[in-house]
Design a protein. Structure first.
Lengths: 61, 468
């Protein structure tokens, strides 16, 4: 995953979408955690899976 | 010597035969908790009245010639994530302390009661189960009974510590990414994370619906198997309860596991591993006649995917509280939940497909091996309050890395027994014995065999010591 990202702007925007009123001081800590998630996602997002690989279900239909 | 120095199986046998009164056992357990828990902080609630009433009911059953159950008179306690009738389910938080008391026991609690076990109390945990250390910002840290300056692990730290300290012989905890296996390893006791869907989660507060499991802790493999058998059975009230029959582990528990094909997971499962835990794994393999090194492809991706999925589902679950009660969270938990809720949807969506793919990699290995071994944690219990430590010259954040080896396995719901190696002068280490789906019976047989051979075990010093 490449490119610059202003994580705090993302956090403020995304939080607003979820109607979370985050104080500016909180955005930094959340942004740091989000950066960690982004790093984790980078580990598996590029794994090429065929269309026949379904998600693992949460329920038994 | 206290009756609690013996196993749950021995207590049950004595109560069933009338040689021991359940009320006497309950009194001793309550006294033991009062004596030891101030130094350990495993319990958040002690239910003395209920314990004595339940114990007297067991004694009445015995006196009337009725079968009191396979766990007759055995004291137990549960992580404060499990509903207990008339008690508020804290889930390690102060926010949930404002909820009304539970209207009914969780299914697992009901089943242990039906087996004759006596509930003594509720146990400390990481807030909302989102942690590996039980350093709870509201209720204090749970201390490791082997060295109270060190963590008990988490998130079921109270459950592991209560058993390790000999306060009760069995407890229940939950495991989403390692929360049974990590504290079992750090506290030097046995823990079982069963196959996903094996044991009912009804009445247990969720953390990650896709990944939550419940399971027991005990000081012996036999006690673990006894408790597991009492918990089994499809629960129509739990939509994730698998349509499997009861498959008891006890009948063949003492049959030696001959001809086992043992794989020792390397690669990811050696990353950042201390010499102690690597040694523990190979000592265990040797006890089984040796093991072949084998790599489980995709373990790092599975761990990362579990990380994202946990954040997404956990964050979404607590969104209302994050809006309304922001300041009442443990900040470390809160900021992770928030980040999880804000991540792009594509990440957890892809994670669910990675889960399917990784399961296929693991099932392929079980075509060649009967059991796989791996360390439960990269290192033994660090001091309370320490945030990082250096392994092989690399500085690692402790909390995030305690679940390195457990997360990939719970991600795909494989059954795992964590077995303890308790050695004098050293902190305990734990080894994961991993099986194919639904093969808890084999894992428990292997654990029982290793214990009989003296390769693994919880040790007796903490249980037989008098006083705090």
């Amino acid at each position: 995953m490449t490119g610059n990202l202003d994580a705090e702007i993302y956090v403020a925007t995304a939080a607003g979408m979820l109607e979370l009123d985050l104080a500016p001081v909180a955005r930094e800590a959340v942004a740091a955690n989000l950066a960690n998630l982004r790093r984790m996602a980078g580990v598996f997002m590029s794994l090429d899976l065929g269309d026949d690989v379904d998600p693992a279900p949460v329920f038994w239909p | 010597m206290t009756v609690l120095a013996v196993s749950a199986a021995e207590i049950a046998m004595a109560v069933r035969s009338g040689k021991l009164k359940a009320a006497n056992v309950a009194e001793q357990a309550l006294a033991r908790v009062a004596d030891r828990d101030p130094a350990i902080n495993a319990f958040t609630a002690v239910l003395a009245e209920r314990a004595m009433a339940d114990a007297r009911a067991v004694d009445a059953a015995v006196a009337a010639g009725r079968d009191p159950g396979p766990l007759a008179g055995v004291p137990f306690a549960v992580k404060n994530l499990f509903d207990i009738k008339g008690v508020t389910t804290l889930a390690g938080s102060t926010i949930d302390a404002d909820r009304p008391p539970a209207k009914a026991d969780a299914t697992a609690v009901k089943r242990l009661k039906a087996a004759g076990a006596v509930l003594v109390g509720a146990l400390n945990m990481d807030e909302y189960a989102y942690g590996f250390s039980t350093e709870n910002a509201h209720y204090g840290p749970t201390h490791n009974p082997h060295d109270p300056s060190r963590i008990a692990g988490g998130s079921s730290g109270g459950s592991a510590a209560a058993v390790a300290a000999g306060m009760v012989p069995i407890t229940l905890g939950s495991d989403t990414n390692g929360s049974i296996r990590v504290p079992a390893a750090l506290c030097g006791v046995f823990g079982l994370k069963p196959t996903f869907g094996r044991l009912s989660r009804r009445g247990v507060r969720p953390f990650v619906h896709s990944l939550d499991h419940i399971g027991p802790f005990a000081r012996t493999a036999r006690d673990l198997a006894l408790t597991y058998d009492a918990l089994q059975g499809r629960d129509p009230l739990d939509p994730m309860s698998a349509p499997r029959p009861v498959e008891p582990a006890m009948p063949k528990l003492d049959t030696p596991p001959t001809g086992l094909r043992v794989g020792v997971l390397c690669g990811w499962f050696e990353r950042f591993a201390s010499a102690e835990v690597v040694d523990a794994v190979w000592v265990t393999a040797k006890g089984l006649g040796g093991g072949q090194r084998v790599e489980l492809e995709g373990a790092e991706m599975a761990r990362a995917a579990a990380f994202c999925l946990s954040g997404a589902e956990g964050g979404a679950l607590h969104l209302a509280s994050l809006r309304a009660r922001y300041d009442d969270f443990d900040p470390a938990v809160r900021d992770r939940l928030l980040a999880g809720a804000l991540q792009p949807a594509a990440w957890p969506a892809k994670a669910q497909r990675v889960r399917r793919w990784f399961l296929e990699q693991a099932l392929d290995l079980f075509g060649r091996f009967d059991v796989l071994l791996a360390p439960a944690t990269p290192f033994t219990a660090p001091p309370i309050g320490q945030t990082s430590l250096t392994v092989d010259g690399v500085e690692l954040p402790i909390r995030a890395n305690l679940g390195l080896y457990t997360q990939p396995l719970s991600f795909i719901g494989l059954p795992v027994v964590a077995v303890p190696l308790v050695r004098q002068g050293r902190m305990p280490a734990g080894v994961q014995i991993i099986g194919a789906p639904w093969r808890e019976d084999l894992l428990l047989r292997v654990a029982a065999w290793l214990e009989r051979e003296g390769v693994v075990g919880a040790g007796k010093e903490l249980v037989t010591a008098e006083g705090s």
